[in-house]
Design a protein around this ligand. Structure first.
Ligand code: SAH
Length: 388
């Protein structure tokens, strides 16, 4: 199928921008066919597809004049594998991203490696329609994979998680990261128990600067940050998450690392309620980690990172020890780093507290990105230290 793009979009595609937006083409027709994108003068600009998804309406997969077929995908997978040689040869880390969508020239699909097992995440139905061809190519490039699962991340009647082929992974599947053990579940909803993009942040927490300190981990999910901090010598950790499952999963995370549970507090609770409780009880922390979802709703209110992050910072400052660390994280792609920083630093000003920015983390190398799609660099994690 040939699709003509606007003059403005032509310029973008010639530069290397991989995402097709609604306004780039005159009429959106979703079809499962591969698309040749062409200029108003019928010059070929790139090949890819159109599909309904969260961001944009399609992807350019290549600017070369070659068919998109099994061989094409096998080459893409082999290239992604080659780029990650250092990850495969590292025995201290056994889980990482194998293929990161447009960052590996395959917008609409991500694949994660969990110690010999893999998890495919599909972001639109068009690419999913070609799954047989894609899986066959994947098996050519990765014959060593023991078993595969998939997650459906587009609106559909399909099960959101299922086993695809090969052996089923143990439950939990224990993976290693910088020598620390994490418990993962590859077939339990869309999430696996660990966010692999935070590896470097966990590495930093485990590195020793939190020796003897008390940690408050807000929006703790399975407590991965708490475990990393405890492994790094933290005296005690407090993990707070609204979801019931977080209690058992967090306990399990400490247990698989032989860390005594007596120094770990786990609360199934709303973050804002916990702030009130800690303030009333005058409990102070040497390190507070904030990693909320971009958008959250509880019984009382709606929280969005773009609007409400400052409130989280303000609440944290009330219970942060002198010389304490504040770690502010977000994965909101629509909030650029400078705006995020501004929101945080405005809260410092408002509370009259001085903190110094000590480090900034973004995506690790296995989460490959392209400079032609800066929104792909969604992760921002800032480490601040109180200096007043
Ligand atoms: N920091 C975690 C990931 C956090 S995911 C990690 O690195 O592993 C976001 C978590 O926020 C989810 O587990 C969700 O249950 C929790 N959550 C959402 N709204 C909340 C609220 N109001 N209070 C506490 N937890 C909340």
């Amino acid at each position: 199928m040939k699709v003509t793009v606007t003059k403005k979009a032509e310029k973008k595609l010639r530069q290397g921008v991989p995402l097709i937006q609604k306004e780039d083409i005159e009429e959106t027709i979703f079809s499962n066919d591969w698309v040749i994108f062409q200029s108003q003068r019928n010059e070929e600009l790139g090949r890819g597809y159109l599909g309904k998804q969260n961001k944009g309406i399609g992807w350019v997969l290549t600017r070369e004049k070659r068919p998109i077929d099994e061989d094409f995908f096998a080459k893409t997978f082999l290239h992604a594998k080659m780029k990650r040689e250092s990850f495969f040869s590292c025995s201290e880390t056994t889980a990482f991203r194998l293929l990161n969508g447009e960052g590996d020239a395959l917008g609409g699909l991500t694949i994660d490696w969990y110690d010999g097992y893999v998890v495919f995440s599909w972001y639109n139905e068009t690419l999913y329609h070609h799954n047989e061809e894609i899986l066959a190519a994947f098996q050519t490039a990765f014959p060593e994979v023991k078993g595969a699962y998939e997650k459906i991340r587009f609106a559909s009647k399909l099960e959101e998680s299922r086993h695809l082929y090969g052996q089923r992974a143990p439950e939990p599947l224990l993976i290693k990261e910088n020598g620390i053990t994490y418990a993962t579940y590859l077939d339990d909803g869309l999430m696996t128990g660990i966010f692999l993009d935070q590896r470097e942040v966990r590495g930093k927490l485990a590195s020793g600067f939190l020796q003897g300190k008390s940690i408050l981990n807000m929006f703790s999910y399975t407590g991965a940050f708490s475990v990393a901090a405890a492994k790094g010598g933290a005296k005690e950790t407090t993990s707070v998450d609204l979801a019931n499952r977080s209690l058992e999963r967090t306990r399990e995370h400490f247990q698989v690392n032989d860390l005594p549970l007596k120094d770990q507090h786990i609360y199934v609770m709303d973050t804002f309620d916990y702030f009130k409780y800690a303030k009333r009880k005058e409990i102070f922390y040497d390190c507070i980690i904030l990693d909320p979802p971009s958008f959250a709703r509880n019984k009382k209110r709606v929280f969005t990172v773009a609007k409400n992050y400052g409130e989280l910072i303000e609440q944290s400052l009330a219970i942060l020890s002198s010389k304490g660390w504040l770690i502010a994280s977000t994965n909101a792609a629509n909030l650029p780093l400078d705006k995020f920083e501004k929101q945080i630093e405005q809260a410092f000003l408002k509370k009259g507290v001085q903190l110094k920015k000590q480090s900034v983390f973004s995506l690790p190398a296995d989460f490959a990105t392209t400079k032609f799609f800066p929104e792909g660099e969604y992760l921002k994690v800032l480490f601040y230290q109180r200096i007043d």
